[in-house]
Design a protein around this ligand. Structure first.
Ligand code: MN
Length: 283
């Protein structure tokens, strides 16, 4: 088990198989599902936000205590689900890398161009990507994803510690066509996130991470989050000026150049420094 210099365990949290909670430990997943019993019991209507993400700080000592004795399973033998089970919303942004469309036009917007995707589009690596409308072109966009860790009801809070619970890799899947953007990006499984949640304290600086996506072994997208036009705090602050953010809300930060089409049978592999690798099959 790796430890940081201050002695705390590094924490990569995954959701796998039928809603099991795991800690990723090298090639193993340690099943710490019993810790979920410590979440407060919920009655209808459930409060907004993802309960696990919202209570992560309080649960973390229990997770770290449970992991050493937890049953271990090989990572390759589990089906990875979205690390956020119940996201309230997915916030995404248009043209947010230097060198892409908006920047080339010499008109980098002073405000990020945010839009929303349906929360029901969120899925994990093991769920794969279903192309449900035959004949429609569908493109991949690899993106750094930040998961909101606490309620945020104004832009001034966006810089506070603890606002981001953690980071993961995302694919913002996009169908081409005349429909509204939010609709074309909200088909089931069109927000693929994972492979797990890397807690924010493991990612000292989210603004210097290499981002890469390949399809069937051929590299299509490559970038570095140092080239984000608007970084994570600016995006969260902009989003929070429109609406309250809740634990488990998902922020997609935009995609580097190289967006391209996907076909049935393709295998997509994405990687971002410190966050692991996300492998998705197109079905
Ligand atoms: Mn995108």
């Amino acid at each position: 088990m790796r430890r940081r210099r201050d002695g705390r365990d590094l924490l990569k949290l995954c959701r796998f198989d039928a809603d099991r909670l795991g800690v990723v430990d090298g090639p193993l997943v340690r099943d710490v599902t019993p810790v979920l019993e410590r979440l407060p019991a919920q009655r209808w209507p459930a409060p907004p936000g993802d309960a696990l993400i919202g209570h992560l700080a309080g649960l973390r000592p229990w997770i770290e205590a449970a992991r050493a004795a937890a049953p271990a399973i090989e990572l390759g033998r589990v089906t990875l689900r979205s690390p956020v089970a119940s996201p309230g919303k997915v916030i995404a942004v248009r043209s947010n890398y230097q060198g892409t469309e908006a920047d080339d036009a010499g008109a980098t917007p002073p405000c990020p161009e945010l839009f929303l995707k349906a929360a029901s589009s969120v899925a994990g690596a093991g769920d794969g990507l279903q192309l449900r409308l035959p004949g429609r072109r569908v493109d991949h966009e690899v993106e750094l994803v930040a998961v909101v860790g606490q309620r945020l009801d104004g832009p001034t809070q966006a810089l506070q510690q603890g606002v981001v619970a953690g980071y993961c890799i995302g694919i913002d899947v996009t169908m081409r066509g005349p429909e509204d953007r939010g609709l074309r990006k909200s088909l089931d499984g069109f927000t693929l996130i994972g492979p797990w949640l890397t807690t924010a304290d493991e990612v000292a600086d989210p603004n210097g991470l290499e981002v890469e996506l390949s399809v069937n072994g051929e590299i299509r997208q490559r970038g570095n989050t140092a080239r984000l036009v608007h970084g994570v705090p600016a995006l969260l602050g902009a989003a929070a000026s429109y609406f309250t953010l809740q634990p488990g809300d998902i922020l997609m930060t935009g995609t580097p150049p190289g967006v391209g089409p996907l076909e049935r049978g393709d295998v997509v592999r994405c990687s971002i420094d410190r966050l692991g690798a996300l492998r998705v099959e197109v079905r």
